[in-house]
Design a protein around this ligand. Structure first.
Ligand SMILES: N[C@@H](CCC(=O)N[C@@H](CSC=O)C(=O)NCC(=O)O)C(=O)O
Length: 278
């Protein structure tokens, strides 16, 4: 692992690393916030999956989570949103597909399948790497995210009900099979057979697997992507039908930005802390 940058922050530190990833067959980057308590022993970990166009820096710069993470003694981990510079033709052409848009799934379609394996990276390779190098408690992991990453967090949790203690999301894509962003990504990464897409759509997965803890979602009502892309009502309906407990909070006047995310960050951290400390 190569340390790219280190910044002291609320008596702890933000570090950025690059490392060779087996899952993605490419170098990957991630950021980590180590609160001051990290010098004293294993701590719980909260993963944050960022949205389209973001990097491993976006959440740690704009999310406003470190002050409370330092108080609560929680390690924050923010992976990049895709592999980069893989050499795949067209990788950097669109902002909503390819670089910065890995969708936290394992692609099955050439040429993406070799490198675009963000699900395996986030749920298996990265936790193993963290366990080797940082004082993380392997029994206490939770996950949250925004937009594409909010959906990714839901998928990671729903596919691994025993691995994550809690999941929450800011303005997640609620049902990617019924969203232009999702249809574009799934067509490219998974191919034309829509039946295979269901394994990567949270509104489908929640019909098969329910979580012991309730899911928390915040959604701004002034979000320009709300009606065309995010459609939280579809995820809400799937949760209702399957019996999954969900708290979907519509926040009047808030948009899709980190001004919205940072406004509710403390509530999400406290939500996760309740499960991580138990
Ligand atoms: N380029 C786009 C806007 C891209 C955008 O809004 N990205 C969001 C995530 S969207 C869903 O995954 C984001 O978090 N951006 C980073 C930020 O700092 O706000 C457009 O033209 O609309």
């Amino acid at each position: 692992m190569e340390l790219l940058a280190e910044h002291q922050c609320f008596d702890g530190a933000v570090h950025y690393y690059r490392h060779p990833s087996k899952a993605c067959d490419a170098p990957m980057r991630f950021g980590i916030y180590l609160p001051p308590q990290a010098s004293q022993g294993p701590l719980p970990v909260l993963y944050y999956l960022a949205g389209l166009t973001c990097t491993e820096e976006t959440f740690l710069i704009k999310g406003g989570a470190q002050r409370l993470a330092a108080e609560l003694g929680i390690i924050l981990v923010a992976p990049d949103t895709s592999p980069r510079d893989t050499g795949i033709a067209g990788e950097d052409t669109d902002w909503d597909f390819g670089s910065g848009a890995g969708f936290y799934l394992d692609a099955s379609e050439a040429p993406w399948a070799q490198h675009y394996r963000m699900y395996s990276y986030v749920t298996a390779e990265l936790p193993a790497l963290l366990a080797e190098h940082f004082p993380v408690d392997p029994q206490r992991h939770s996950i949250f995210g925004h937009s594409m990453g909010g959906h990714g967090a839901l998928v990671c949790a729903l596919k691994n009900p025993d691995r994550y203690r809690s999941v929450s999301a800011f303005a997640p894509i609620g049902a990617p099979m019924q969203s232009p962003w999702g249809e574009k990504a799934f067509s490219g990464y998974l191919g034309a057979d829509r039946a295979s897409w269901r394994a990567w759509d949270a509104s489908e997965l929640v019909r098969e697997h329910q979580l012991a803890s309730p899911i928390l979602i915040d959604q701004g009502t002034a979000d320009k992507f709300l009606h065309a892309q995010l459609k939280p009502e579809l995820f809400e309906a799937a949760c209702r039908e399957s019996g999954q407990r969900l708290e979907l909070r519509l926040q009047p006047g808030y948009d899709h930005s980190y001004y919205f995310i940072s406004s509710f960050m403390a509530e999400h951290l406290r939500f996760h802390a309740a499960y991580l400390k138990a």
